[in-house]
Write a protein that binds this ligand. Structure first.
Ligand SMILES: [Fe+2]
Length: 356
């Protein structure tokens, strides 16, 4: 099935920043910083000068190699080791943004848009027409800036995610005391398996890549493949598969699906955790087959599956687990404010003693 974005438009910067008011889930952010007015997390705004935000400098520009493949601009967010991508059809300047990051300091409760603002400026300075904001999955280690981008791009760029996000929402809504009904239609497009959509003159194919999370999808555009956390660079290997709905066997199958693509396809990853090297955003399928430390050719599936399960059993929770999930299953919106305009994020507490 082919689904076209609801709106295609040319992005223009707003004269003034605005606060997102959408459905019953208000309050994302004006450009700048949302900081707590008290230790309990009451949001207040200190706005950046919107005219002075320089465009983010891409770590690399990967020019289109053939008429089917986009130009890829890569941006590394160091605090969460996340790769963000702006993917462009060079013939039309249409673009998609993949997995943008919203900055969050959990100790202070400060939410800011410094990273996202740089990308918005980059879009503006390069005259790009953003047609979709794509999420590979509901991230558990960083907050998505998808809703902020939508706001800054005049509110009509669809935020897209794999259709099984509903499964993730069903899992996590009760954990955070949310009504499932409050999460209906918070995303604009729910992507089906093998769905195709256009990016200018290019075709984007949606791959369901479950395992790390059940909703996980990748995007194949020509020879550029955006894998999210379904595979990592060869010396990093693979992502954990122990979140609710994750599955090691399924992750292995998804990795094999990626490794079955043609050898010169580039696998752009969702994170990188370099040790003794610079960060890097992709390896080719051939490089992954030869070198991936967890699943290179000749690796026994049973060995990988047992190793991954043993490894996951001793991993701690991601630093931003709870803030990330509460915001990301809302497509990047904050929880509604209380009667005093205060916004709170919840942390479930597990007790192994009786404590009154
Ligand atoms: Fe992830």
């Amino acid at each position: 099935m082919r689904v076209q974005p609801r709106h295609v438009h040319t992005h223009t910067r707003r004269a003034l920043p605005s606060v997102l008011r959408q459905t019953a889930e208000p309050l994302l952010v004006a450009r700048g910083t949302v900081s707590p007015a008290s230790v309990r997390g009451v949001a207040s705004l200190s706005r950046a000068n919107t005219n002075s935000i320089p465009p983010a400098e891409p770590w690399r520009r990967h020019p289109s190699s053939d008429p089917e493949t986009p130009t890829v601009f890569t941006f590394y967010e160091k605090d969460t080791s996340t790769w963000q991508y702006i993917v462009v059809d060079p013939r039309t300047s249409e673009a998609v943004i993949i997995d943008p990051v919203l900055d969050y300091d959990p100790a202070s409760g400060v939410l800011s848009t410094a990273t996202a603002d740089g990308l918005v400026s980059f879009v503006e300075h390069n005259g790009l027409k953003v047609i979709r904001i794509l999420e590979t999955h509901a991230h558990a280690d960083h907050l998505t800036a998808a809703q902020y981008f939508k706001q800054e791009l005049n509110g009509d760029v669809p935020v897209c995610i794999g259709r099984r996000i509903k499964q993730v929402q069903e899992t996590f809504a009760p954990i955070y005391g949310l009504e499932l009904s409050s999460l209906e239609n918070v995303f604009d497009v729910y992507l089906g398996d093998n769905e195709e959509f256009k990016l200018g003159s290019l075709s984007c194919h949606v791959l369901h890549l479950p395992g790390h999370t059940p909703d996980h999808v990748g995007f194949v555009i020509g020879k550029a493949v955006f894998t999210g956390d379904s595979i990592f660079n060869p010396d990093v290997g693979s992502a954990r598969a122990d979140f609710p709905g994750g599955n090691v066997e399924t992750l292995y199958a998804s990795m094999q699906r990626l490794l079955s693509l043609p050898g010169d396809y580039r696998l752009y990853v969702g994170h990188d955790y370099p040790q003794n090297r610079d960060q890097t955003c992709f390896s080719t399928v051939a490089e992954q087959r030869a070198k991936n430390r967890h699943v290179k050719e000749g690796t026994d599936a049973t060995t990988f599956i047992q190793w991954r399960k043993d490894r996951d059993a001793v991993l701690g929770a991601p630093r931003l687990l709870h803030p990330s999930l509460q915001v990301n299953i809302r497509a990047g919106r904050l929880p509604p404010p209380d009667g005093h305009g205060r916004v709170f994020l919840r942390t479930p507490v597990k007790l192994d003693v009786k404590l009154e």
